[in-house]
Design a protein around this ligand. Sequence first.
Ligand SMILES: Nc1ncnc2c1ncn2[C@@H]1O[C@H](COP(=O)(O)OP(=O)(O)O)[C@@H](O)[C@H]1O
Ligand SMILES: [Mg+2]
Length: 329
Amino acid sequence: MLKVSDLSAGFETETGFLEAVDRVSFRVDDKESLGIVGESGCGKSVTAHSILGLLPQPSGKITGGTISLNGKELATLGEKKLREIRGREVGMIFQEPMTALNPVHPIGRQIAECLRTHGMGKKRQNRDRALELLQKVGIPSPEQRLKEYPHQLSGGMRQRIVIAMALACHPHLLIADEPTTALDVTTQAQILELLAELKESLSMALILITHDLGVIAETCDRVVVMYAGRVVESAPVREIFANPLHRYTAGLLRSIPSLETVPKTRLSTIPGRVPGLAELPVGARFAPRSDHPQIDDYLQSEDFHSKRPDLIEAAPGHWVEDCDYVRTD
Ligand SMILES: Nc1ncnc2c1ncn2[C@@H]1O[C@H](COP(=O)(O)OP(=O)(O)O)[C@@H](O)[C@H]1O
Ligand SMILES: [Mg+2]
C-alpha cells in the first residue's frame, strides 16, 4: 500500500540546509499496522509530514527518495492532489486534538464539514453518518455531543472526535502521530484499544508514531526504530521485544514502565541526548551514546566520520544498522 524508499527531508535555515530525515525506507502493507518509534527529535513527525505533504513551507523540503501510495508517487505531487489524498485515502491524527478542532464550532458541524469537503452525500445523510461515526469511536449519547463544543469535552473525548473525523471518508491508511501522548495513562490505553479495534473492523492500515515502545507492543505488527533521522532497526514487534539487535532499541526497551515497576523506582533512561541537526555524524549516529566496551575506538575511527552504515537483514525480516559498535551482542 505505502512504500517509502530512501526518503530524505529537511529544512532551509539561516545557517543553511539541515537534514532531519536521512534515507528512510519502510513499507506498510494492506491492513497492517506499523509502529515508528524513537525519542523526541528523531525525525518521526518530519517523516509523517513528508508523506502527507505537510512539511512547513517554504522551509521544509523533501530532498530525495520516493513515497508510493497504491502506486501513486506522493513526493512530487502538487498541493491540490495531496489535499485530496489527505482525508480521503489517508487519515491523520496528531498529538494535540485541539489543533484539529475548531473551538468556535460545535462538533457536529465540524464532522459534517469534513464529510462535505470530501463530497460525501447530502446534509441529512451527513448527519446520520456523523452519528454513526461518533458511535463507532465509542462516544456516549452522540446526539447530545453533536451540539457540544470542543472545550466541553475531555481530552480523551476530543481525541475520539478527531479519530471520527479522520475516519469520515473511509481512509485505507491512518497515520497517528503520538495520538495518546497528551492523555493520561487510562485514557491512553482506551484510545489505543480503539485504534486497534477500528483498524480491524475497518480493514485499514495504521502507522502509529510514538516515543514509547510500550505503546507499540499491543497495537502494531511491525516496528521501525528511528534514531537521529535514520532507521536503525526494523522487525516484527514480537522479534523486537524478544531479540533487539541495536543498542538503541535495547535502551528503549529498558525504559518501558511495567506493571511490576515499583512506582518510586526510576526508570532506566538512555544516557545522553539525541544530537541536533547541525551536529550529525556520517557514521552510526547512536555511537556517542553506545555502551559498547570499545566504543572509543569507533568514535576515533575514520569510519565514524565518513562511512554511513547500511541496514543488513540479520534474521528474516529483521533489519539492523550494520555497525558492530552499536549492535547488541
Ligand atoms: N520547522 C522546522 N525547522 C527546523 N527544524 C525542524 C523543524 N521541525 C522539526 N525540526 C527538527 O527536525 C528534527 C526532527 O524533528 P521531528 O520529526 O519533529 O522529531 P520527532 O517527531 O521524532 O520528535 C528535530 O531535530 C527538530 O528540531
Ligand atoms: Mg513528533
